[in-house]
Design a protein around this ligand. Structure first.
Ligand code: PMV
Length: 326
């Protein structure tokens, strides 16, 4: 059976950083995100009898490092469900990958759903989809769900998974994403997670992270944008201070990243509510409300560093599409 799924990346509001168990990708802490409608990965999977190995094409390329990771995930899925056979996989993104926009999250969420469906399995719970996603990429654990998502850190493979805490239509937030570079990240998040504990500030972060998770949930429930925005921006800076003070240290920002951060603060001085958050790439998510969207976009567009703006709202869980990629 040939199946195609579309999945969206997410933007972490309270970030996952550091792992308690690297092999199982059990995170050091829980995290909360918003899945991003408008940005997506589309993946078609078909198990074909004549294949002697998985045949994988991502964004028109067969890069060894990506192909290996996809094969490993297909092995995991085959093993979990006791299935055999090799698959043809074609995957396309409509946004830049490897630049801090969680393309591995949407990629592995789409692959998990498409491969499970291609195997004819119809009774796999969303909890198991999230667990499978997590084993391939931490963010895929959240991208297997829709809307506003909480990943509970858990203790082991069975207890570390994500759930939607609000559907996409709970809150009409807008994420204006400023693309300042399409360069691939210099330090991958897998490398970065392993360095988290070398920062002297990591223990301080761990000491108050559960408090932050509770507070953001209160703001989300009440749709209280000002403290919500202040918290996610402070969280992004705290997260980056861990990167800056890891050993070896790394700085994910480009001059354009800082220019966008300054513009967001200038917008606020002018009464336009907008707050930034940044993952391990250079590109900046700017969260705002619909009434400010145009002014935010205009101000970011004026930056000489911004080559493109993408706009997203809270989006759905991975869903099947009828047009296949091959
Ligand atoms: O899923 P990974 O290994 O790419 O880690 C993602 C880490 C951050 O994007 C920085 C934070 C997060 O929670 O998404």
């Amino acid at each position: 059976m040939k199946t195609t799924f579309r999945a969206s990346p997410d933007v972490a509001l309270i970030k996952y950083w550091g792992k308690k168990d690297a092999a199982l990708r059990i995170p050091a802490n829980g995290s909360i995100s918003m899945v991003l409608a408008g940005l997506d990965t589309t993946t078609t999977v078909e198990f074909q009898d004549h294949l002697t190995a998985d045949d994988i094409m991502i964004q028109g390329e067969t890069k060894e490092i990506e192909v290996k990771r996809v094969r490993k995930h297909l092995d995991r899925i085959r093993q979990t469900f006791g299935k055999n056979g090799y698959a043809k996989v074609v995957s396309e993104n409509n946004f830049p990958k490897g630049t801090g926009l969680s393309s591995s999250g949407s990629g592995f969420a789409a692959l998990t759903y498409a491969a499970v469906a291609a195997l004819g399995l119809t009774d796999v719970s969303s909890q198991q989809m999230s667990i499978l996603g997590r084993l391939a990429s931490g963010t895929a654990c959240r991208c297997a769900c829709g809307g506003f998502v909480e990943w509970t850190e858990g203790r082991d493979n069975e207890t570390s998974y994500s759930q939607s805490i609000y559907p996409a239509d709970h809150w009409d937030l807008v994420d204006v994403i400023a693309i300042v570079s399409r360069d691939m990240k210099k330090t991958t998040s897998t490398e970065g997670h392993a360095l988290a504990e070398t920062s002297p500030f990591f223990a301080a972060r761990q000491a108050h992270i559960n408090g932050k998770l509770s507070v953001i949930k209160e703001y989300l429930a009440a749709k209280d944008f000002t403290p919500f925005g202040e918290l996610i921006e402070a969280e992004a800076l705290e997260f980056h201070s861990i990167l800056h003070t890891s050993n070896p240290s790394f700085i994910a920002w480009y001059p354009g990243t800082i220019d966008v951060m300054e513009r967001v603060r200038m917008l606020r001085k002018n009464g336009i509510e907008a707050y930034f958050t940044i993952n391990t790439g250079f590109n900046v998510h700017v969260l705002t409300l619909p009434q400010y969207q145009q002014q935010v976009a205009d101000t970011l567009q004026e930056s000489p560093f911004v080559s493109q703006l993408l706009t997203a709202k809270a989006g759905p869980k991975p869903n099947p599409v009828t047009t296949h990629l091959f």
